[in-house]
Design a protein around this ligand. Structure first.
Ligand SMILES: [Zn+2]
Length: 162
């Protein structure tokens, strides 16, 4: 299932891992996401903000990043955009990827690997629904690459959920 990770993608995927580490350092869940435009320039970079009081459960890193990218680029500017994310987008975020016009998703941890790391945690009841299955039901194609760098991506989660 694993496909090749291009060097340019590896650099940007590692950037999302840094954002995840930063998110954890701020006391938030260790997830990070960045969006690039067609030229490969980062237009949005966000960590998770799902915990109250300042956050809410819809504020996954990917949700924040794709929404900000759409507001920055507009519908036409989303052509050629890519979401790089430290973990596979959940069903909610995959829906947002679809609706905001993201063209491509590159992710690190699979939902399955994430579930192994979090266990059955009340703050992160992971969906067992691969993003490819969500995208397959849409009316436009979204390219997906991942999982990649899973051992690196797991670092931000070690000791966090237990
Ligand atoms: Zn999500």
């Amino acid at each position: 299932m694993t496909d090749d990770l291009l060097p340019a993608d590896a650099e940007l995927l590692r950037e999302s891992l840094l954002v995840a580490e930063r998110s954890r350092a701020e006391g938030k869940h260790p997830f990070g996401a960045v969006v690039t435009d067609a030229a490969g320039t980062i237009v949005a970079s966000f960590g998770n903000n799902s915990l109250p009081p300042e956050g809410d459960p819809t504020q996954h890193a990917e949700m924040r990043a794709v929404a900000a990218a759409f507001r920055a680029l507009g519908a036409e500017g989303m052509a050629g955009s890519t979401l790089y994310t430290s973990a596979e987008p959940c069903a909610m975020c995959s829906g947002a990827v679809y609706w905001t016009g993201i063209d491509r998703v590159v992710y690190a941890l699979s939902e399955r690997r994430l579930l192994e790391l979090t266990g059955d945690h009340p703050e992160n009841p992971t969906f067992s629904l691969p993003c490819r299955e969500v995208f397959a039901r849409g009316q436009r194609e979204i390219a997906v690459s991942g999982p990649h760098l899973e051992d690196e991506a797991a670092q931000a989660h070690l000791g966090f959920w237990n």
